[in-house]
Design a protein around this ligand. Structure first.
Ligand SMILES: [Ca+2]
Ligand SMILES: [Ca+2]
Length: 180
């Protein structure tokens, strides 16, 4: 059995193959391999103070000034000892959205930690690839690229509502840090 489907790792097949021995870390490693193919540059992992972070609830958030592919953005957040933003509630998402509108950077879009794992009509949070999102802020008509646009973004033209986008696009991104 092959894990590849048109060159793309198929989550369902992979999971079926592994059955009870499904290993999420390994799945991510395989996913990274695929996502990293077009973006071989791995950033150096240096922990830096969270400068310019904004605080909300039990988290603080960093809006990047640099632009990266979705996969590189994910790695950057981990490098900074944070995680790729998963805006799981309306309150959290509205806060981030308001910040983006206030900052008004002119940047086209900001990546966050959602991905279309099974190429269907919905995206999942990377922490919960097998669960549907309980909250969504998809712009009308989005997501519209189940197999070609698998990565979640805040899009300026949508008033920073969500859309699915081409994962290799170089965009800014949002990292989340849990306060300790
Ligand atoms: Ca999906
Ligand atoms: Ca789209």
């Amino acid at each position: 059995m092959t894990m590849k489907n048109n060159g793309v790792l198929n989550y369902k097949k992979y999971r079926k193959m592994k059955k009870k021995k499904f290993n999420r870390d390994k799945w991510y490693k395989e996913l990274d391999k695929k996502e990293m193919k077009d973006t071989p540059s791995r950033p150096s992992c240096t922990k830096t103070p969270c400068t310019g972070c904004v605080s909300y609830g039990t988290s603080s958030y960093k809006f990047s000034v640099d632009s990266k592919s979705w996969a590189d953005a994910k790695i950057s957040c981990v490098c900074l000892k944070g995680k790729f933003l998963e805006a799981e509630t309306r309150e959290e998402n509205n806060f981030i959205k308001a910040e983006l509108n206030t900052m008004n950077t002119g940047i086209d879009g900001y990546w966050l930690g959602g991905y279309n794992f099974n190429k269907d009509r919905s995206l999942e949070w990377i922490s919960h690839p097998d669960q549907p999102m309980t909250y969504s802020d998809m712009y009308p008509g989005e997501p519209n690229g189940p197999s070609s646009q698998r990565c979640l973004l805040y899009w300026r033209q949508f008033g920073y509502a969500w859309g699915d986008g081409f994962c290799t696009a170089k965009l800014s991104y949002v990292c989340e840090f849990i306060k300790t």
